[in-house]
Design a binder for this molecule. Sequence first.
Ligand SMILES: [Cu+2]
Length: 419
Amino acid sequence: MEAPGSGWTSYPPLSLVNGKTGELIWILSVLLLGTSSILGAVNFGTTIIKMRMPGLKFTQMPLFCWSMLSASALVLISTPVLAGALILLSFDLMVGTNFFNPAGGGEPVVYQHMFWFYSHPAVYIMILPVFGMISEIIPVHARKPIFGYLAIAYSSLTISFLGLIVWAHHMFTSGTPSWLRMFFMVATMIIAVPTGIKVFSWVATLWGGKIQLNSAMLFALGFLSMFVIGGLSGVMVASVPFDIHVHDTYFIVAHLHYVLFGGSVFGLYAGIYHWFPKMTGRMMNEAWGKVHFVLTLVGFNLCFMPMHWLGLQGMPRRVAEYDPQFATVNLVCSVGSFLLAISTLPFLYNAIQSWIAGPKASDNPWNALGLEWQTSSPPPIENWHGEPPLIQDSYAYGSKPNRKSVTALRGSDLWKTPV
Ligand SMILES: [Cu+2]
């Protein structure tokens, strides 16, 4: 049995010659994972469209639901295309067809198109849910209603749509004709608009708020600042001449990690600190949370920030041995990566210890307006004890809240109460 030997992209013709058995097992496992993603997306879409609280309009939904709806649409549209590419690749491997095999007249670049039609949106599938979580977390811990609710909701849908028409920015050096590169360059840069709308709305929500610097908020602020760096380097690599210079260098490694670690992982940590009391019925330890945040922020930047410079100087990615001139900077990156690994220890200790013996959480420890905070911590099966509360619009504009009439994140006096 041979291990697959063609990297995470599995580009042919390399994937047709390196480790065929392992390659086929890899294809089978990705197809199974893709199937599970699609079923998950169907489930989220159906729940959001058909099973909302009685009386809850689309425009009252938590912004997390808008972002999950947008991510689910991307999964449904793009995952089948990756499955198609992998099935054709498996035919080339098993029965000797030549869809992608240049030796038999096949076209390997078609595989790249199909691969990136999924794998670009995959980034949005990983970051959109986090955008939704941040839109829930920032208002609660800044004690202010979210700024620009509709703008954030619709920008999620816009990001989904634009995410589907930019895939060939990964192929600027694959012989893509200039007129086509121009289209994908401009389309990619336009994504900065809906993303910028979100960032400005989050900053406007923070502006003048009573910001509680607890672990959830610290990670949300970490997300905001690190993700903006990843977004800016994203606009840089969208530009064809710049991309040709840094293609396959450490600049791309730096960019990816600022988006998917500085963005998604920081956001996930914020989400865990925010919803841990609701999920487990216990509070996490704030001191350990802050140690975790500082170690993560320092380790992450030490590890990935210098890679921008390495890439600009021309250090290629995916090499085991590099030019000695890059040794010192790589050492800094390695120290950062160890720090980043160590940063998970206080988090794991805190999560396990708090789950077992943390102080009991009340139903609504953050004084939040979201529906999930109106039920017990943790919620019972089917979410509510007895009758679910009725959603009333009047509550959205300042009337007194009670357990029978609540709505999603809109303005109310409740926000003025610090936690
Ligand atoms: Cu992309």
